[in-house]
Design a protein around this ligand. Structure first.
Ligand SMILES: Cc1cc2nc3c(=O)[nH]c(=O)nc-3n(C[C@H](O)[C@H](O)[C@H](O)COP(=O)(O)OP(=O)(O)OC[C@H]3O[C@@H](n4cnc5c(N)ncnc54)[C@H](O)[C@@H]3O)c2cc1C
Length: 414
């Protein structure tokens, strides 16, 4: 991966990008077949498996040595203590090595839950859940979406938590709770008040920590996703009792906590997508330069030159939009329209870029020998998860229209 210093950003951002690229180029990319043998369906001997395990430990040690371990966490929790922009710029480099985030201590949904626990957890909750989660002694899930309600309108959630003395009694039906089979605890989004109090629907949601071995937590199945059984689980919470102290943040703060999780998270996800587009682009161009068909290299065919140009424009546009949004966020300017814009534009651009790379590679493009097929499924999924395209387009139009109704146009220079 060709990563050079960017003149317009801080020294620290360039340092983080250079260190990350060094690890990606030197330690990860040359060893992908061993690290991701399952993806390529390569049969490993016990010796190979041991070598892969040792390699993972070695890379984690190199990451720690470089001060890049757990880049999403503050230093006092064992993280790299990066600020928002540093982490955003790091993500595009790290994501180039598809699947390598775990080697840097970033594993979804644990990383998102860690961030929420850092912000909303009490000292007791941090000691009991956050620290073991960071140390890798516990696993977690985030349980919000329900099969019978539209996830794109989280205020419609039906799962309830009723107070009974010092306990919550939780009843509800969730699905697509990622990491569900491995999780030791879930952060469950619950409705904690009925609609009588006059408060708006958003302020009736509370996130509650539920250990997965609590009686009444019934993991029904791992849902089949893209034809393969996954760890995105369907879960029924049936009269599940947990202490009141398991509420995360004050009662009614659940919606805000979910927004906190998603806002910055969307910028990071987009920077990840850009890193993966970058990889797909490199793979496509390299193949075009090497594959000879019908009497000439692919790079000499105008169809393929069109693919290269279109993908170049997609990546540049996606990247600049995302960086513009990140800069607004970092400066405290209302970024909501831009967050929605990147959430729609970047996954769609990602899908187009990967699609072209697959086309250039032919059959190999859809095989497990390259990361492209997995990227393609990931890109398509991104158009649904974290808020589907249509919901974000509605938000963009609403914000633009309200500005015009106030008598002002849209300032694209802002
Ligand atoms: C791989 C994967 C992992 C996930 N992991 C988690 C997780 O860990 N925890 C969790 O809680 N959830 C998770 N989810 C769920 C995800 O957040 C939801 O799928 C998403 O919020 C959309 O909700 P929904 O599926 O209920 O779709 P719905 O809300 O039913 O929407 C369906 C479609 O309706 C259309 N639509 C919606 N609103 C409008 C509108 N106003 N106007 C026009 N069209 C509209 C859109 O096209 C949308 O795609 C995951 C999903 C996937 C695919």
């Amino acid at each position: 991966m060709n990563v050079q210093p960017i003149p317009s950003v801080s020294e620290r951002i360039n340092e983080v990008r250079a260190l990350t690229a060094q690890i990606v180029n030197k330690e990860i990319l040359p060893n992908e077949n061993l690290l991701w043998a399952r993806r390529t369906n390569t049969r490993l001997t016990p010796d190979d498996m041991e070598q892969a395990r040792e390699l993972r430990e070695h890379i984690k040690a190199v990451v720690k040595q470089a001060g890049l371990w757990a880049p999403h966490l503050p230093v006092e929790y064992g993280g790299a203590g990066l600020d928002f922009l540093e982490l955003a710029y790091m993500n595009e480099v790290l994501a180039y090595a598809v699947g390598a985030a775990s080697l840097f201590g970033v594993v979804a949904p644990n990383s998102g839950n860690q961030t929420i626990l850092v912000k909303y957890g009490t000292e007791e909750q941090k000691a009991k859940w956050l620290i073991p989660l960071i140390e890798g002694k516990l696993e977690s899930g985030f349980s919000m979406t329900e099969p019978d309600q539209p996830g794109s309108d989280p205020r419609s959630l039906k799962t309830t938590a009723r107070r009974d003395g010092d306990e919550w009694v939780i009843n509800g039906h969730k699905w697509f709770t990622s990491n569900g089979k491995r999780a030791d605890f879930f952060i469950v989004m619950c409705r904690t008040e009925d609609g009588e109090g006059g408060a708006d629907v958003s302020s009736r949601m509370t996130q509650i920590i539920v250990p997965s071995d609590t009686p009444g937590v019934n993991i029904v199945r791992g849902i089949t996703v893209w034809g393969v059984e996954s760890d995105h689980c369907e879960i029924i919470y049936d009269d599940v009792r947990v202490p009141i102290d398991n509420s995360l943040g004050r009662r009614g703060s659940g919606h805000q906590a979910a927004q906190d999780r998603l806002g910055a998270g969307r910028v990071y996800h987009c920077m990840n997508s850009i890193g993966q587009m970058w990889r797909a682009f490199d793979l496509m161009v390299e193949r075009a330069m090497a594959r000879e068909v019908h009497g000439g290299l692919l790079e000499t065919k105008q169809f393929i030159q069109g693919f290269i140009a279109d993908s170049y424009m997609d990546i540049q546009a996606a990247r600049l939009m995302t960086i513009h949004c990140a800069q607004k966020m970092a400066e405290g300017i209302d970024p909501r329209t831009d967050i929605s814009a990147i959430k729609v534009f970047v996954p769609a651009a990602y899908e187009r870029v990967v699609d072209r790379a697959i086309q250039v590679w032919g059959a190999a493009g859809v095989s497990g020998d390259l990361p492209l097929a997995a990227m393609y499924q990931g890109a398509r999924t991104l158009r649904i998860a974290d808020g589907p395209d249509e919901v974000h387009k509605i938000l963009i139009a609403k914000n633009v229209l309200s500005q015009y109704h106030r008598g002002a146009g849209w300032d694209f220079g802002a």
